[in-house]
Ligand binder design. Structure first.
Ligand SMILES: NC(=O)c1ccc[n+]([C@@H]2O[C@H](COP(=O)([O-])OP(=O)(O)OC[C@H]3O[C@@H](n4cnc5c(N)ncnc54)[C@H](OP(=O)(O)O)[C@@H]3O)[C@@H](O)[C@H]2O)c1
Length: 384
């Protein structure tokens, strides 16, 4: 009698339901732990150091800002949405007890906003006495083609041209510092998959139907070419460049694409992503911290590391110096780097910059004293 009752209890829908839940929950954690990769923790005290993180209001950028704050760094959250930034900053300060976390507006698709951001860091009450690292993390993907106020498709504007301009405008300040600086770009191994640089349709106007994922892939490839070229041009300087792939990560990156897909395929995609090893941001941030602050990478330049922090080979397109140089010139032109530099220097009351001639993609900029006189400057390194 008691045995039959026990059996009934064990096979009741409630017990079966709870057991299934327990199994699934346990299974999830076992699977999740297999995605952790090798253990890694950054044991550095970053007190006195300053890092700029773009797109620090969600995903990997937010996790990066928090990890840096935890290690006592001063963190500049360069974000497009001020209200969101204030909320995220509040959580980071509460979690880390580090008040040296600051929100600064920087919308990477808006080139005037980038210039204002750099201007404020260069002079006045928000001036930074030093910068130890920049994390080019912000990125977006969109399901329909939208352009910024300059008529540039927003994915390429945000994911490549924005960080190109930001780096270009900051370069003098970084080169004039005595401390070493690390610039970290977040990228992805998707640039290895059926991807080529398409300068003929840089603004994604040509295709019959806009494919947000392909345009994202192209923008990340452009960013990779730029990172590699930057590392070449900055050899022997106080600045090192490393590219880190955080691996497939749970984040908001594809949220804009979600609205366009049927909810069942969305769920299917989530299950596939989970099965393929989508990681949590706490784990995805590891290669970023390794590239940015680990003593092991202090002398590395031009490296592309995977989610396990191993160096991986660049693909042939990134290794093509001619393509990199072409993209560089196109980026100077599309981001209007010369105009923004000129305006910024003027507003900062620095040396007068005169754009003396422009022929085709070539741009010559002359300045009396800009960027450390005889030493390295944006003039010698950036615009050749
Ligand atoms: N997730 C992955 O599987 C994966 C894999 C490989 C590489 N990555 C790379 O990792 C980086 C971080 O991605 P994530 O997955 O953490 O994405 P995410 O959660 O969508 O975060 C992207 C961040 O970029 C910001 N952002 C977007 N457009 C911006 C703009 N115009 N100006 C300033 N900030 C802007 C977003 O701001 P809001 O909060 O205002 O939206 C957000 O803070 C990206 O470079 C991505 O390509 C991601």
């Amino acid at each position: 009698m008691a045995g039959r009752r026990l059996l009934q209890g064990l096979t009741s829908p409630w017990s079966v339901g709870f057991s299934a839940f327990g199994l699934a929950y346990g299974g999830y954690h076992v699977w999740d732990s297999t995605q952790s990769g090798t253990k890694y923790d950054l044991h550095e005290d970053l007190a006195g150091k300053t890092y700029i993180v773009t797109g620090a209001t969600s995903g990997i950028g937010q996790a990066t800002a928090e990890e840096l704050a935890k290690r006592n760094a001063r963190v500049i959250m360069a974000c497009r949405n001020r209200e969101k930034c204030v909320q995220v900053r509040r959580d980071i300060v509460l979690n880390t007890r580090n008040k040296q976390v600051y929100c600064r507006q920087c919308d990477l698709e808006d080139f005037d906003s980038i210039r204002t951001f750099v201007q404020k860091l260069s002079k006045g009450k928000f001036e930074l006495d030093r910068i130890d690292g920049i994390v080019h993390n912000a990125a977006m993907m969109q399901s329909e083609r939208h352009v910024n106020k300059d008529g540039i498709e927003k994915t390429i504007a945000t994911n490549h041209l924005g960080s190109f301009l930001l780096t270009g405008l900051l370069l003098d300040k970084l080169l004039n510092q005595t401390n070493p600086v690390r610039i970290v770009f977040l990228n992805s191994n998707i640039i290895d998959r059926k991807c080529d640089l398409n300068l003929g349709d840089f603004n994604s106007e040509g295709a019959k139907k806009f494919d947000g994922y392909e345009v994202y892939k192209h923008s990340k490839l452009a960013s990779a070419l730029f990172s590699k070229e930057l590392s070449e041009r900055l050899k022997e300087s106080n600045i090192n460049v490393i590219v880190a792939d955080p691996g497939r990560t749970k984040s908001n990156l594809s949220a804009q694409m979600d609205g366009q897909t049927f909810f069942l395929s969305r769920w299917l995609l989530k299950i596939v992503s989970f099965g393929m090893g989508e990681r949590r941001t706490e784990k995805a941030v590891r290669p970023v911290l390794y590239a940015l602050c680990d003593p092991e990478t202090v002398d590395e330049n031009g490296l592309f590391i995977d989610r396990e922090r191993h160096a991986q080979p660049w693909n042939d397109i990134v290794m093509d110096a001619e393509k990199r140089a072409k993209l560089w010139n196109v980026s100077v032109k599309w981001s209007r780097l010369g105009d923004h530099l000129k305006q910024m220097k003027h507003e900062l009351g620095e040396a007068a910059i005169q754009i003396s001639n422009e022929s085709g993609d070539k741009l010559t900029v002359e300045t009396a004293t800009a960027g450390g006189g005889e030493g390295r400057s944006w003039k010698t390194l950036w615009l050749w």
